[in-house]
Ligand binder design. Structure first.
Ligand SMILES: [Zn+2]
Length: 186
């Protein structure tokens, strides 16, 4: 129900109004005092550009080669402070991907598997479309991101551990070649 309401909101609210809603700042992170070294990478701490760029490149290469090819590189904002992350209005999570508009990484998520996880969500949005991703079962959307990012945590908090194992079982049957075809039929 919530997903449907969000979808209706996205369809009905004029683009201009979205500028006042915090997550939309992902599209224009400069608005919250973040600086961008390219159209693809931004951070609130330019002294950490190199570290951010290494995480970006590793995740892009990893997802491209082991999950599926990304059509348009995502814009990733690396927040080194909680204030920066909170200025996007994303609550308690560690990182977030908003459609194909952009990804925001919190100070806790400057790790390869977190950045890969979000890039997998970006790829899902590219391959399946935002509407389909909203409607798809969580075991697939989150399970895939946890499993294929090679998240090293042996046991995730529930329900994510359950999602990951359900995805792994499904993926064993389906295989990489049929991933998107079968995902479209979920
Ligand atoms: Zn996720």
């Amino acid at each position: 129900m919530l997903k449907r309401l969000l979808l209706i909101a996205v369809l009905l609210i004029p683009a201009a109004a979205w500028a006042f809603i915090k997550p939309v700042r992902i599209v224009a992170p400069e608005l919250v005092g973040v600086s961008c070294s390219s159209e693809f990478m931004c951070t609130d701490d330019p002294s950490r550009y190199q570290e951010a760029a290494a995480l970006y490149d590793e995740a892009l290469h990893f997802v491209d080669s082991s999950v599926g090819s990304i059509e348009k590189k995502p814009r990733v904002t690396f927040c080194s402070t909680e204030d920066c992350f909170q200025s996007f209005g994303l609550g308690k999570r560690s990182a977030a991907t908003i459609g194909t508009f952009g990804i925001v990484i919190s100070p806790r998520a400057w790790k390869p598997f977190y950045v890969r996880h979000e890039m997998i969500h970006h790829l899902q949005n590219e391959q399946l479309g935002i509407v389909k991703v909203w409607r798809d079962p969580q075991w697939f959307i989150e399970g895939m991101a946890y499993a294929l990012s090679e998240d090293p945590r042996p046991k995730l908090s529930e329900p994510f551990e359950q999602y990951r194992s359900q995805f792994n079982d499904w993926y064993k049957q389906v295989g990489k070649e049929q991933l998107w075809v079968k995902a479209n039929n979920l």
